[in-house]
Ligand binder design. Structure first.
Ligand code: 13P
Length: 247
């Protein structure tokens, strides 16, 4: 059975250590289907707590990374710090960082380079802002700029998440057909930049209002390798259903 990724992006939640502990313990309540790579992405401040409570087969991701290695960068967290605290993955280029915080493709490119250099697996988020946007132009531009100067030998550990901004946190998900065609477009862009074989093997995920009801429709597609889940990952019962439906 093909491997599927389920990533819980807690965003800026929850607001206490007790609640974070409750969420992790809740996830452990159910046996993990064999084909699932389950990844939890809590805020920086809970990384250690989550890591200590997780079983070995569940992986840890950061939601962001500083591009510098060390030094005078107040408020930043380096790739080495993330690696040393137990992260295997890092989300880079999430639309909330692009559009609410002003992260540019140049910054995202530096962050991707920092992640590869430290041995972290980056989960690069891309997607158009409005339903009516020119998705071919936007995905081409984001992916080409974000991966600029990154060699194919390094990018073997890349994951791309297609997250249309209009579907994030709105309760209006993309259709499975459109998400699949976007995933194919992403593979085409990657195939042109690197090699067709690499594009076929690249994990491409869908994110945007994934729920227990619709998760299987996305994850069940052969060309979609999993889901990046936001608000539904904060509801244990619902998140366990999503994991089950992917198994
Ligand atoms: P929602 O699942 O809350 O729409 O968020 C999706 C997302 O941004 C995951 O990174």
């Amino acid at each position: 059975m093909a491997k599927k990724y389920i990533i819980a992006n807690w965003k800026m939640n929850p607001s206490s250590q007790e609640e974070a502990t409750r969420l992790v313990k809740g996830v452990l309540a159910q046996a993990l289907p064999k084909n699932i790579e389950l990844i939890i992405a809590p805020p920086f401040i809970y990384l250690d707590l989550v890591k200590k409570n997780l079983k070995k087969e569940i992986k840890l991701a950061a939601q962001n990374i500083g591009w510098a290695e060390r030094g005078a960068f107040t408020g930043e967290v380096s790739g080495l710090m993330l690696k040393n605290i137990g992260c295997d993955y890092v989300i880079i280029g999430h639309s909330e960082r692009r559009h609410k915080i002003g992260e540019t493709d140049e910054m995202i490119n530096l962050k991707l380079k920092a992640a590869f250099k430290t041995g972290l697996n980056p989960i690069l988020a891309v997607g158009e802002k409005e339903c009516s946007d020119d998705i071919i132009q936007i995905l081409n531009s984001q992916i080409k700029s974000d991966l600029n100067g990154i060699d194919v030998s390094e990018i073997g550990r890349l994951i791309i998440a297609y997250e249309p901004v209009w579907a994030i946190g709105t309760g209006v998900s993309d259709t499975p057909d459109h998400a699949l065609s976007s995933a194919l477009l992403i593979r085409k862009i990657i195939g042109n930049l690197y090699t067709p074989d690499f594009a076929v093997d690249l994990p491409v995920l869908y994110g945007g209002s994934v729920t227990a009801e619709n998760a299987a429709d996305f994850i069940g597609q052969t060309g979609i390798n999993g889901a990046l889940v936001g608000s539904a990952s904060l509801n244990i019962e619902e998140f366990l259903k999503i994991i089950k439906s992917a198994g």
